[in-house]
Ligand binder design. Sequence first.
Ligand code: HEM
Length: 475
Amino acid sequence: MALTEEDLKTIPEDGIDPENPGKYQTLLKDLQGNILNGHGRDHIVHLFLQFKSGQVNAVKRWIQNFAQKYIKSAEQQSDEAREYRTKKISGGIFANLYLSCQGYEYLQIDPWKIPTDQPFRLGMQNSDIQSSLNDPPPTDWESGFQQKPDALLLIADDNLTDLLKAVKEICSELSGLSKILHREDGFILRNAQKQIIEHFGYVDGVSQPLFLKRNIASALTNNSDFSKWDPRAPLSLILVKDPNGKTEDSYGSYLVCRKLEQDVQKFRQEVQNLAKQLGIDEALAGALVVGRFEDGTPVTLSNLPSQGMTSTNYFNNFNYDLDTQATRCPFHTHIRKVNPRGDTGRVESSPGFDEALKVERKHRIARRSVSFGEQDCTKEPTTGSGLLFLCFQADIENQFNLIQTRWANPKNFVQVNVGPDPLIGQPQGTQKWPKKWGGSISEEYGFKLPVKMKGGEYFFAPSLSFFKNLAITKF
Ligand code: HEM
């Protein structure tokens, strides 16, 4: 029996177990991997494709073969992860294929069978989207992003040699069929303690909505309970029915992709300037920008890093209930802007705390970003390095776009004159900072934006059964 809407909206208490999938079996077999849980490979090549005109049938055949050979389902991803944990056998190449709205049109899919999300239909270059996100005009984007891609191919492996060999083969197969508009070679950046970080040096990927049993169990081990922040999420947060799927439980997810260049030197300089102005040390100044210290310690809980935490024990069971005036973790800090953990329930117009929190949690996104550029994390690049920001969701307008346009950018969220998110708020502005941790918020400082948007697009990750029947289906 097909899953019901209610099934999708309900959070199974312990999460979904791909090893014992029950009613989710068909869904997990037909859903591309990397959506419910990151694929975990260290090296990732991203190819932004524009298919050549007059090659529709050949492109369809190529996608069908590619899906058979390389794209892994959520079920396969879990099987391979188990083999790796128990026998150290690598799953090898992992691939995903995502289509833009233009890609669906190229493949001559009936308009009513193209996923319906409005920003997806319009594309990231659309002038209304661009002005609502406050993005630079596409003419200022990196040249490879100035043309619209039909598809994004993600190919990943832990073994870089094997990966580059597979990418070379794939590029040669594609040569008559597609132009490669842009290639982005990404990787998982780690610090000396092997923790996953982004280029500014902060551990990343700590707070995520969780769907699978293993992830929920490990979050419970790290946080002992979910009393202050529950990371569990229903599948409806990120999955929607694939209108072209061939099974009763064929699902897909919308992917937002943005190339965000990070000026590391500028960030460090700005943190130094801020520390001087506030009369505090640089570690705390950085935490007042990001919301966590470099090691992941939330600044709302501590004015020092590593309070009772080990490198593998990131703390995520917290909220801002004891910091409602934002004197420890300012409202503008990156993590408080993009996940207010209940702050929206404290404003006057709110329908009540619990109700507001319920709505607020529906805006969460599943981040799957990777770093690009400089791989030596002791260097301080000014250009050419950054985050290829990737996130999955069921509703772009209500999730990524809302976070960027209604929370990160505006200076008046969740109170007046908070200022924009100092990492990603566009345009940059002035924030209010506490003179000392826990003290009154009286200092004004405009943190100079260290992140530049270089291009991007909205995609859909269709089900495997759509791809595997593409050349033999009439649309
Ligand atoms: C170069 C740009 C960015 C950098 C350097 C960055 C960095 C970070 C860091 C260090 C964390 C804390 C670790 C964690 O909780 O996982 C974080 C969390 C997060 N970021 Fe970003 N980020 C960037 C862009 C974005 C964008 C564009 C969005 C969405 C609009 C976003 C959404 C989030 C969310 C939702 C969290 C989790 C917050 C929480 O649940 O507490 N980030 N980011």
